[in-house]
Write a protein that binds this ligand. Structure first.
Ligand SMILES: Cc1ncc(COP(=O)(O)O)c(C=O)c1O
Length: 435
């Protein structure tokens, strides 16, 4: 008789042999029809980089922008070809340049801070706090210098950072607040939609996001000046400023960051589905949290009172003491069981060679060398202890809380965790022997 309690990592039977994790593909007939319509129109992009109506994009791009600005109750939206481009537009629109600093999170995708560097400014990393995994307002405040121009908060994994506190700090110091909301479309913070508390909010439509158009992004803002600058940077602003009578040309030398009509057509259909897509994830995440009640070594995501988590990822804390085993061994054993989990998220951004070697444009050290407090601008390991602790030992993420997974899969995931934890002695012995 096979010993069902033997972990798969040690040769036992997998608890989940035939239901491998799958990403949600909410691409359906609606998107197919919308793309067909664009193809039939033969106008695959509506943009032209010269003054006049087409400077602002084609009909689908504008429809997407109108839908999103109406939904979020803001004056303006700028559709671009990625959230990276949206962040780049946002940083440029805020007037950043060499010598400036932006305080941001080290626990995010690299683009959040690379786009700061692309303006000639430098990112300064505030530590995160270990409930929302967003930047800690106290650390933000401690990092403000005369060079600080903006704070860029990231609503990571689908939950808001402490945006109202950050808004208050930004206002008190005369700073812009940018929200990288790539992972949290339609999340709520204290009764308000994320991406609307900052001066600018950015969304991603890349293929891993809750809503997707293959590639794509949208920036929203209530500020007409920021909107105009972002739209100029999206579409070769340098070529139109004189003809458009724009006197303030700071940061208007632009790129081609335009969204195509096909991407916009898909994004429109996906955005219509967003309430359902979020509701499905929330229901499955709640089911996983309930199933994990009997697994005290795993602390489910915190949902702050007054906030709504939209679960781009389900980010848990693993208590190594309670578990009696290291997180990484637990994660390896879960993967062997056929249950998707990842130990940690991404290394703190400042650990990337870009920051460790301070090499970005060419070999001169620019833009790091352009900072007046260049020598004191530290990216040394140990800079953000909470972030490093979470990444190295405590945080685990899974994306199983999305269709086509079902409530049964959530129960199976928790049962797999119990199986692995109750076999910890065997796993530890095996680990020690392998070392
Ligand atoms: C927090 C965050 N910011 C920015 C990005 C960049 O998004 P995109 O791939 O649309 O450029 C991502 C994508 O993974 C992200 O998760």
């Amino acid at each position: 008789m096979a010993d069902n309690s033997l972990p798969a990592l040690l040769g036992g039977p997998m608890i989940n042999p035939d239901r491998p994790f799958r990403f949600n593909s909410a691409i359906g007939d609606e998107e197919a029809r919308a793309v067909q319509e664009v193809l039939a129109s033969k106008e695959l992009s509506g943009f032209i980089a010269s003054p006049g109506e087409p400077f602002w994009g084609g009909p689908k791009v504008r429809e997407l922008q109108d839908m999103m600005s109406a939904h979020f109750g803001v004056g303006h939206a700028v559709a671009v070809n990625s959230a990276t481009s949206g962040l780049h537009c946002a940083m440029m629109a805020c007037g950043l340049g060499p010598g400036d600093e932006v305080i941001t999170s080290p626990y995010t995708m690299s683009a959040t801070s690379t786009t700061v560097l692309m303006t000639g400014a430098v990112p300064v990393f505030a530590d995160i706090e270990d409930r929302t995994f967003g930047i800690d307002p106290a650390s933000v405040e401690a990092n403000i210098t005369p060079q600080t121009k903006a704070i860029c908060a990231v609503n990571i994994f689908g939950h808001a950072a402490r945006l109202l506190e950050l808004r208050e700090i930004a206002d008190r110091h005369g700073l812009y607040l940018i929200e990288d909301n790539s992972q949290a479309p339609d999340a709520i913070h204290q009764g308000r939609k994320t991406a609307t508390i900052g001066d600018i909010g950015i969304f991603s439509f890349n293929r891993h996001k809750v809503m997707q158009s293959g590639e794509g992004g949208v920036l929203i803002t209530n500020n007409a000046t920021l909107y105009e600058k972002a739209a100029l940077f999206r579409n070769h602003g340098e070529a139109v400023v004189d003809a458009m009578g724009i006197e303030d040309i700071v940061n208007t030398a632009g790129l081609n960051l335009r969204m195509t009509e096909m991407e916009a057509a898909v994004a429109i259909e996906q955005f219509k589905k967003l309430p359902r897509l979020n509701a499905e994830r929330i229901a499955l995440a709640d089911a996983l949290t309930e199933a994990l009640e009997t697994v005290p070594a795993i602390v489910p995501p915190t949902v702050e009172a007054g906030d709504t988590h939209v679960y781009y990822m389900y980010a848990m804390k693993f208590d190594e003491k309670l578990a009696g085993m290291p997180r990484d061994l637990f994660a390896d054993a879960m993967l062997a069981e056929g249950l998707f989990v990842r130990a940690g998220y991404l290394r703190p951004t400042y650990m990337e060679p870009l920051y460790q070697q301070k090499i970005c444009f060419g070999t001169s050290g620019f833009p790091f060398t352009a900072n007046p407090r260049n020598a004191n601008l530290s990216y040394a390991p140990g800079l953000c202890p909470t972030c490093e602790r979470l990444q190295d030992r405590e945080l685990m993420i899974t994306a199983v809380m999305q269709p086509p997974q079902t409530e049964e899969d959530m129960k199976l995931w928790a049962a797999g965790a119990e199986k692995v934890l109750s076999a910890k002695d065997k796993l530890l012995r095996h680990n020690a022997a392998a070392e």
